[in-house]
Ligand binder design. Structure first.
Ligand SMILES: [Zn+2]
Length: 457
């Protein structure tokens, strides 16, 4: 598939440069844990230096988990844009793969290996974009910042979080483009690209249900923690949680749901819950995408009793529940809903949060950045439509929005040839790979958006 308006020789050159870089990056094993991302930071510093682009810095701590940041200043007033991606990858179990996961093999039009779509592809594509802009004399106005950062997958030591806290002088910008969105879906004759302007937060919790110990040969007339825990699970999942219909799902419903009647029902809080059930019958993938944006849900995942023998009643049973909050909502609401759900339920329970509670956040949409993204997309893919949505997972954009309230951060790394169905199952999976053409498209796209954003004061 051609990239509209770009000379074939340029496409071929970008394909070569980006795929060689991605292949080399994949061969640097940054499985997290332990990460060891400094190897990628050093590699990128050398890669830019070889191209005559100096001024990059290797920053962060601890020493083996550092990030790389490069600033290209135009010397003229104007906005600032950060192209962001992370250096670490999730581990890979080699025997399950068709190719060695850290080979960076280029075969059948793909670059193969761990990180090929999450997200060393973007480390490479953004680097090629920044280098092309630098070689052409730098941005016309403002500042272009390139960063590849440590520790996104585990988020335990820092990376982006460390940078926003310790080096705002390097990474605070007006705009951020990061991993996450950019996949396209085809529905109702449309090609719709998903831009993520926000992210849900996490408030996972564990409910401990207390019971009475005893020998199970004797009937326990009350106080069996297993039975009480079953009541808790049932009450949580049957509780009607409040519906939220906001800008995070609006475009998805408007552009991707083909039936006008169903669209109407999905927009009305009185009918939306049943409409989601109907949508799941027609198009389960779309329902899975839209439903998490209608509020939070309680998803029990682990039930564990402390009894070590089948003939002993437990003194406690723990129920662990996954719960994701929409941007702008907090754990207090979750707690209120748990209390309401369990009101009157026969169980002696208490609740603790599992790990840190992370609130979701979002950036305003539309904005000058979304206009530049839409304009560039239409130029390269004339039939493309852009849809605003929020990620149900977590990315480093969250740290930037939380630390710098004026920064607009979007997740957008578009593919040209392969759509959502083909690309997203490869995340954290075996045989991770990206089409060389899609990789080059990401580089050309980032270059074009950066030029547009930084074209004038
Ligand atoms: Zn990622």
């Amino acid at each position: 598939m051609d990239i509209a308006g770009v000379d074939n020789a340029v496409v071929a050159e970008v394909e070569r440069e980006a795929s060689e870089l991605l292949s080399a990056l994949i061969q640097i094993d940054t499985s997290n844990p332990p990460g060891d991302e400094t190897k990628v930071a050093e590699f990128m510093a050398a890669w830019f230096a070889e191209r005559g682009v100096d001024g990059g810095q290797i920053v962060g701590e601890p020493e083996h988990r550092r990030s790389f940041v490069l600033r290209l200043e135009s010397g003229r007033p104007g906005p600032s844009l950060l192209l962001l991606a992370h250096e670490d990858v999730v581990p890979a179990n080699a025997p399950d793969w068709q190719v060695p996961p850290f080979s960076g093999l280029i075969r059948d039009g793909y670059v193969w290996g761990r990180g090929a779509v999450d997200i060393k592809n973007l480390v490479a594509a953004h680097a090629v974009a920044a280098a092309r802009i630098a070689r052409a004399g730098g941005p016309a106005a403002g500042t272009l910042v390139y960063a590849c950062t440590a520790d996104e997958e585990e988020g335990s030591v820092g990376g982006a979080r460390w940078l926003v806290a310790n080096r705002p002088d390097l990474v605070r910008t007006d705009y951020v483009i990061n991993e996450g969105g950019g996949h396209f879906l085809e529905r109702a004759g449309r090609r719709v690209y998903l831009l993520e302007s926000g992210e849900k937060g996490t408030a996972q919790f564990r409910i401990t249900v207390k019971g009475e110990a005893g020998h199970a040969s004797v009937p326990l007339r009350s106080g069996n923690a297993v039975i009480a825990a079953a009541r808790v699970v049932e009450a949580l999942v049957s509780h009607r949680l409040p519906l939220v219909i906001d800008g995070s799902s609006e475009d998805l419903v408007r552009l991707l749901v083909d039936s006008p009647a169903l669209r109407e029902r999905l927009r009305d809080p009185k009918t939306a819950r049943d409409a989601l059930v109907d949508l799941a019958r027609r198009d389960v993938q779309l329902a899975d995408m839209i439903e998490p944006l209608y509020g939070f849900a309680f998803s029990p995942t682990i039930v564990a009793s402390n009894s070590v023998a089948v003939n002993v009643y437990p003194t406690q049973v723990e129920v662990s529940v996954d719960c994701r909050m929409l941007a702008g909502h907090d754990e207090q609401e979750v707690l209120t809903e748990v209390r309401t759900a369990l009101d009157g339920v026969e169980a002696d329970w208490d609740l603790v949060w599992i790990g840190p509670v992370v609130r979701g956040n979002s950036s305003p949409y539309p904005s000058a950045l979304s206009a530049a993204i839409r304009g560039t997309l239409r130029r390269f893919v004339p039939e493309a439509e852009l849809a605003n949505s929020h990620s149900v997972g977590f990315t480093d954009s969250n740290w930037f929005r939380a630390a710098f309230p004026d920064t607009i951060a979007y997740n957008f790394a578009p593919h040209l040839v392969e759509g959502y169905d083909e690309v997203t199952p490869r995340y954290h999976n075996v045989d991770e790979r990206i089409l060389v053409r899609d990789l080059a498209f990401q580089a050309l796209f980032a270059e074009s958006v950066a030029r547009e954003v930084l074209s004038r004061p």
